[in-house]
Design a binder for this molecule. Structure first.
Ligand code: GDP
Ligand code: CA
Length: 349
């Protein structure tokens, strides 16, 4: 039997968009319902969200992952699409297309535009993205209580770009913004390289390093390991903070069976030469320890991938196989509970 985890006062989650947001929904549900060992409604949850997907469109600053987390937790998300606002209309997009202005492929909904207008105006007035995010969250997250905070990974401009083959280009390749790769090209062409412009010179947003250092538990949810969690860990100082924290660090695999549950984790993992399997992603994150650049104390894989446990243990990574499909809030809360148990197994409580 696992030891009882200590009282969880603070949990910090390094999140992308859809996978991270769904996990957070289940985590909050589990905390409120007493399903998460050591956790309760009083547990403070800090979300550090990826901002490398951000894009300027028609003069507006759009932050897809911040907004997906904010709308999902604030119950404003379109549940079918998993991004953007519910009961959305598309007049602005249609009108822009009638002018023939590019990009026409970006999904800019009318309700969503209001968020981007507020954000863009505040940025133009000189507020950093972290302050803007706090302001936007007053509408969406305040009703959930002060125990929930959403922070961008950085206030600096960081953008994921993808190099793809293009026989018409003089160099034989072309670089597109991550959003163009994902939405317009539907990730159907191989990603030759992924370059996160501005990452190396970025600094963590205020509160990010403290949230990692002062947490009892840091969670890498089932988000994209390359373009969501990978970019957050790539902000200088963040990986070191995760390596050094007194918190336990646990991750959940976004790869179940032979592929991602949804999204383009396959293309992204292939572009960095990591095999598309729950075991390989766990080893890519690596086990924490002296002299290691790894970030995990424990790793959860889906029960159907249990055959990969011995190789993970051999790599020094304490791993467990449990159901990892976020089919509803209860199932996701059970994943959060399993993550806590795995994180604190073998530690004195
Ligand atoms: P994005 O920014 O919207 O792409 O979202 P994230 O990076 O946060 O999450 C994307 C990842 O979530 C993908 O790699 C999916 O495989 C993963 N994912 C989505 N649903 C599930 C699920 O039910 N279970 C697991 N284990 N992973 C999931
Ligand atoms: Ca994303």
């Amino acid at each position: 039997m696992s030891p009882t985890p200590p009282t969880l006062q603070r949990i910090t989650v390094l999140s992308g968009g859809m996978g991270g947001a769904r996990f957070l929904q289940g985590l909050l549900h589990g905390l409120a319902g007493g399903q998460v060992p050591g956790g309760s409604e009083a547990t403070e949850v800090t979300v550090v969200a990826n901002t490398a997907d951000d894009i300027w469109v028609h003069g507006l600053k759009v932050c897809p992952d911040l907004d997906t987390v904010m709308y999902t937790l604030g119950d404003g998300i379109d549940p079918g699409r998993g991004w953007g606002r519910r009961e959305e209309t598309w007049s602005v997009k249609t009108e822009l297309a009638a002018y023939g202005v590019e990009p026409t492929w970006f999904g800019l909904g009318d309700r969503d535009v209001a968020t981007h207008l507020v954000r863009t105006q505040m940025l133009a007035a000189g507020y950093p993205l972290s302050d803007v995010t706090t302001a936007l969250c007053r509408r969406w997250l305040t009703p959930l209580g002060a125990r929930l905070r959403l922070l961008p990974m950085t206030d600096d401009r960081v953008e994921t770009h993808v190099a793809i083959a293009d026989p018409d280009a003089p160099s034989g390749r072309r670089v597109v913004h991550f959003q163009e790769y994902w939405i317009r090209l539907r990730a159907e062409v191989p990603a030759e390289t992924v370059v996160v412009v501005g990452l190396d010179t970025s600094t963590p947003a205020p509160g990010v390093l403290d949230a990692i250092a002062q947490a009892d538990l840091v969670v890498l949810p089932p988000s994209n390991p390359v373009v969501s969690v990978g970019t957050i860990l790539g902000v200088p100082g963040v990986r070191d903070a995760v390596a050094a924290t007194d918190a336990r660090v646990v991750g959940l695999s976004p790869i179940v069976g032979d592929g991602p549950v949804r999204g383009m984790a396959r293309q992204m993992l292939e572009s960095i030469g990591v095999e598309v399997s729950a075991g390989a992603v766990g080893r890519h994150y690596g086990a924490r320890g002296p002299g290691s650049t790894g970030v995990l104390d424990a790793w959860l894989i889906d029960e159907r991938d249990a055959a990969q446990l011995p190789a993970l243990e051999a790599a020094g990574l304490r791993s467990r196989a449990v159901p990892l499909m976020m089919t509803d809030h209860d199932a996701t809360a059970r994943m959060a509970a399993a993550a806590v148990e795995a994180a604190f197994a073998g530690t004195a409580s």
